[in-house]
Design a protein around this ligand. Sequence first.
Ligand SMILES: C[S@@+](CC[C@H](N)C(=O)[O-])C[C@H]1O[C@@H](n2cnc3c(N)ncnc32)[C@H](O)[C@@H]1O
Length: 174
Amino acid sequence: MTYHHFLSAIAAQVRPKKYLEIGVNKGHTFNYVAPYAAEAHAVDPNPRVIKRIGHVPSVVWHNMKSSDFFKKGCPDGLDMVFIDGWHKHETSYADFEGVFPHVINNGLIFLHDTYPKNPHFLAENLAWDTWKTALKIKNEYGDVCECTTLPFWKGLTIVRKIAKDKQLAWGMYA
Ligand SMILES: C[S@@+](CC[C@H](N)C(=O)[O-])C[C@H]1O[C@@H](n2cnc3c(N)ncnc32)[C@H](O)[C@@H]1O
């Protein structure tokens, strides 16, 4: 199993109303996840990406960098997000900050490349320093989300957005 299959299995449970993937490349994850989503937003500056994902009926294509996508306006009501674009820490953290206000309570945000298995993987074309983003999210957003990092597949961080001091995202229960 790869992280593509893992995210696909999660999507099969979530059945996202609105999925967003930042950094799509060949569509290996997008093409597994988007079929479960009513609306699947794809953000990538590479114009060739649409040829690889255009067959998915739910696709909404944003051919731009994530920074321009946020300037244009990120859709509300996101229930599943995968951040896998430019792997520099500052960029992936900006992507997280950009999406967070648009994610519903109980929504899931995944970040790739957050646990390089050895120093070789800190290279710019591999995981780079995105691991710092997972750490910063835990430090800065710890009271409004649950967060864990799976230490394989170069690291997959899972963030569940919750209201402050709540375990459950519904009703009057803490
Ligand atoms: C690692 S690949 C994505 C892999 C894909 N998510 C998957 O699981 O198969 C990174 C992608 O991010 C895109 N990218 C690079 N800079 C970006 C940026 N500033 N905003 C959004 N996407 C970016 C690249 O064009 C590339 O397609």
